[in-house]
Write a protein of this length. Structure first.
Length: 254
């Protein structure tokens, strides 16, 4: 995977000097000690390692509170506008503001991205939304008070034609996959389509995943470069701290 990313950056770095710089950083990454790693979020090995650290810290934090139930929260954040470059850091600042306004005092989140396109051929151009990058906040909050939080989030982030259900919550079953998803390293292109549902007897809206185009991949790498190591992580009421044994831990800010 890393060799493929290196070749891709080397190829497109000929036309985009910033990608060449990122490629040189990824080329310098070595296995073994942490000091030998490049630490760039566009490096597949380092992105996987960051995801594992995030997963480990979150699982240990939640396991230390056995009486606490948790809810998974999924939020499609407003913006960026069609044609704009996605910005994980700005999205993280917006997410913290929205979460606090909704009454969240403790939360562990990651920001995912997708590039959304409207391929509903049955509609004319005016009836389809413009292609755009979509930033998706996903994570955990305590279950206590989550109904009020969900209601507040729905008021703060109303549904649109492009995003019919921007806020979704459900009880967390303890699966680490839900945490890993928040910081997954690979992004998708999601195409909105309509298919005929025989049970309902009508067309229904659904999506299909496709690989990113080259232009979308370039946007993704640039967004990761600007975000840095922690730019996709969103914490509320918590911070990272190294334990005496050198492990990354989540601790309350107060």
């Amino acid at each position: 995977m890393k060799s493929r990313r290196r070749r891709w950056l080397r190829k497109h770095g000929r036309a985009h000097p910033d990608l060449a710089v990122i490629g040189a950083t990824v080329e310098s990454c070595r296995r073994g000690r942490l000091t030998n790693r490049c630490g760039h979020p566009a490096c597949p090995d380092c992105a996987d390692g960051l995801q594992r650290l995030f997963l480990d810290a979150t699982c240990r934090f939640t396991s230390c509170q056995p009486g606490q139930a948790w809810m998974t929260v999924s939020i499609i954040l407003p913006g960026p506008e069609p044609g704009e470059q996605p910005d994980f850091v700005a999205a993280g600042e917006l997410a913290r503001t929205i979460l606090r306004q909704a009454g969240v005092t403790v939360g562990i989140f990651g920001i995912d991205a997708s590039w959304n396109e409207d391929h509903r051929q049955e509609r004319d151009e005016a009836g389809r939304f413009d292609s755009h990058a979509c930033l998706h906040l996903y994570g955990l909050i305590p279950a206590a008070g989550s109904l009020a939080v969900k209601a507040a989030l729905k008021r703060l982030i109303p549904a649109t034609e492009a995003v019919r259900r921007p806020v979704h919550t459900k009880p967390w079953d303890g699966s680490p996959a839900a945490i890993a998803y928040a910081l997954k390293p690979d992004f998708q292109r999601r195409q909105t389509i309509e298919r005929f549902d025989t049970k309902r007897g009508r067309l229904v809206r659904t999506t299909r995943d496709r690989p990113l185009t080259v232009a979308q991949q370039i946007q993704a790498v640039r967004a990761l470069d600007r975000a840095g190591v922690t730019g996709r992580m969103v914490l509320v009421g918590l911070r990272f701290e190294l334990s005496e044994t050198g492990r990354l831990c989540l601790v309350p800010t107060t």
